[in-house]
Design a protein around this ligand. Sequence first.
Ligand code: ADP
Length: 421
Amino acid sequence: RARLTLAGFYAAVMAVTILAIGAVAYVVISHSLDDEINSAITATATGVLHDPGRFGSLLASAPPDHGRDGDESGTLGISSDVFFISTDQGGAVIANPRRIDVQHLPLAQLARNAAGGKAWSDVSAGGHRYRIYSTVVTSPQGLFYLHVGRSLDARDSQLRTLAMVFGFGGLAAVVFSAVGGLWLAGRALVPIRTALETQRRFVSDASHELRTPIAVVRANNELLLRHPESTIEANFDQVEAIAGETEHMTRLVEDLLTLARADEGRIAIAPERLDFGALVEEVTRDMGALAEVKGLDLASDCGAGEVNGDPQRLRQLAVILIDNALKYTPAGGRVRVSCRRSGRRVELRVTDTGPGIAPEHQKRIFDRFYRVDVSRARSAGGSGLGLAIAHWIVEAHHGRLLVESVPGKGATFVVRLPARE
Ligand code: ADP
């Protein structure tokens, strides 16, 4: 519907534009053609009237159908040239130097018009149209009528061509713009449709993700309620499961909120001058205990690297990457964190000796809720939002986040941030 409406709108705008341009062009051109015709007629009329000798002799000697200025082309039925005819009071033609076929011309009517003060007339005669200027002439020989005219055929045909060009051209342009509009609207709507689809998937994935912990909490609650008299100690497993799932849900909801607010642009990055190396070093130190519990060797090697960044968000970024490395690397493995300045960037690398990520998954792991191995990620406490948040944080700092990995040989996550000069 939106596509059709947009296409219809394009076509309507095009139709109105062409109609307006066509109407203006038609009026301007027809005026200029009329001006030219009228001034040619007026000039001839003035010339004839102010040349009494010529006019007089015409009246005196010219036979009705053979003028002195006879045209070599013979009878001029259609001519864009100006002609003149004069008639006497009785309506007889007394001068017709260009030998115009007067048979169909309403000369008597024109004479009456002239006598009544209406000088200009457009008349149809013998399938042609003429514009004729008629005037009453008083001469020593008596009262005469002078009719000066010009064919309107050329003018009419030019205006007809113009109307056809605008009509058919306009129709073609409207059809073209409707088809083009349909295509354009289709393309313009693709990102909107994709965004809607992504949002819909996000909501459905989030609901799905919350369903499992809720079900676990509910089931354990029911078990507990069956024996209201028993102690927490006796039901430790259920209470622990509820606590664990509640913790998981809390993290999930926090992550969801972060992403939803990021989408809305409601989370402002508050950049300040900070030593990214020192920040990463600190995060690594804080996560040392977790590595130890899991039997992993975690070490960092961070030089100073000043950036303009939001300390809270960059800390969150380092936590996500180091936590993932610890989560997915089996016991006995190694996790190395390095941070150094390279050119105009500060580069953080988190390398592990875990299972790595196959190339077909490498692009998608930054998508929301995407997990290579869902059951493994879930048992590791992952919801599939960590890397999506990491990606958003890096983008918000005008940096780049990428992964390098040879499956089976571990993975390296690389963050490049613009260094502070
Ligand atoms: P999760 O919360 O599941 O860890 P992430 O968005 O952080 O979600 O990661 C997405 C997926 O990428 C993980 O489920 C996992 O399959 C894969 N992944 C992330 N980090 C690593 C890593 N260091 N080694 C292997 N796989 C990883």
